[in-house]
Design a protein. Structure first.
Lengths: 225, 225
DNA sequence: ATGTGTGAAGTGCTTCACAGCG
DNA sequence: CGCTGTGAAGCACTTCACACAT
């Protein structure tokens, strides 16, 4: 990448090269670390010292960052404030994102009030459910529970781009399709089922059941035959 | 694997070959599908028809399964009931596992009552917290909230092997270490922080913040410069 | 001297393609 | 014939190692 002609870091706009999902996830980790460093008053940081914090290779960090431009200073490292700003922009955290949570059960309600989801850059607009008894109420944190039939309307009016699916497995696929039709562009699926995605909608899965079973698998192996 | 000498499927015990984490996760997916098939009364299934359900390659499924023995019948496929039983055993879901949830906040409480976590094979024993006002109460589903200082005692007495970390980032590392010392052998970390693990303790991460930011990243790219 | 940016090598996962069993 | 089990090829991600900028 960027072979031959020098690349203008000032352009602030990376090429459309495909970025691996793993790289993208690490960018979030770097950003989190840079937040801490900035709070601690650290001015510059090297890829090596970043790598030491998590168990990562310094070359990997440099490669990840190099995908988007030349942010480092040879012989010095990266300027914390600058890199932080760049990563924030690259991750698309400068503009605010509105989020809808589909399913006002235990998990949905908890996610609506969960601090980690209300981080700067994200705003939980509403919970949606089909249960009459829940509609009209609010979560403990004050997020309103709306009728799922109003989804398309709210998505359009509030410019919701992200949906979090927190419903039982059976309800997941139809709701996903409904959300996609409503104009949702990214979905985080907590339902324990494999969804059939569609182009134009990014789909990520957090399958708690599989994670737990995975732990059981490792335990079984560790305990031996 | 198993080249030369034929391998006895009847032994029911796989070699100690290293199994990739990705493979292990797919085993859970297969098992879930087999549950459905068995309920639907299907007798046998081919790797191809399994592959069609999720977007997977049939060779991958065969390879995944072949790691643990020869479960298939050439020209026919896999006998649903048999494969299901084998996968259940391989994933260590025959014996019951006791689980402790550390942190009785929004997320911890929701996870304690979440259906997906109380699946056959797992039992949520208790929530643990340090907040006096929470200790002694129970979750809506009836899971008791105990003083975190009693963790080691309960882990020993109730044979808890899995802990779910649902606490703020700052509290995660000390609690993880405490759990490890108490005899916990597997940890599922929801705290938005990179933990320093230790040998003998399996550590899996579910970082909701990173997942959300990842969606934002894809949105930002899709929307273009 | 120090630490980035990056080809090249290394490693591991996925897919192909086919021998061979039922 | 149909489908598994599996070497080999393909592809992707990681790590190495060093030229080169400051």
């Amino acid at each position: 990448m960027n072979r031959g002609t020098r690349w203008r870091p000032s352009s602030g706009r990376e090429r459309g090269a495909a970025i691996s999902d793993l790289t993208a996830q690490r960018l979030s980790i770097y950003l989190r670390c840079l937040d801490d460093l900035q709070k601690a008053g650290v001015r510059t940081v090297s890829s090596q010292s970043l790598a030491d914090r998590f168990q990562l290779n310094s070359a990997q960090i440099r490669k990840d960052l190099a995908c988007f431009g030349e942010f480092g200073i040879r012989g010095v490292g990266y300027v914390v404030a600058d890199l932080r700003e760049n990563l924030t922009r690259i991750l698309g955290l400068t503009r605010n994102r509105n989020v809808a949570i589909l399913g006002a059960g235990n998990l949905g309600m908890a996610l609506a009030d969960y601090g980690g989801f209300n981080r700067e850059g994200f705003r939980i607009v509403a919970l949606f459910d089909k249960d009459r008894r829940k509609i009209g109420r609010v979560s403990r944190g004050g997020v309103p529970i709306l009728d799922v039939r109003r989804l398309a309307e709210v998505v359009r009016r509030e410019r919701v781009s992200i949906a979090v699916l927190a419903v039982p497995a059976e309800a997941a696929q139809p709701l996903f399709d409904r959300a996609a039709r409503a104009g949702i562009k990214a979905v985080l699926n907590f339902a324990p089922t494999r969804l059939k995605g569609r182009s134009g909608v990014t789909l990520k899965v957090v399958d708690l059941k599989i994670q737990l079973e995975n732990l059981a698998f490792h335990l079984a192996r560790a305990e031996g035959p």
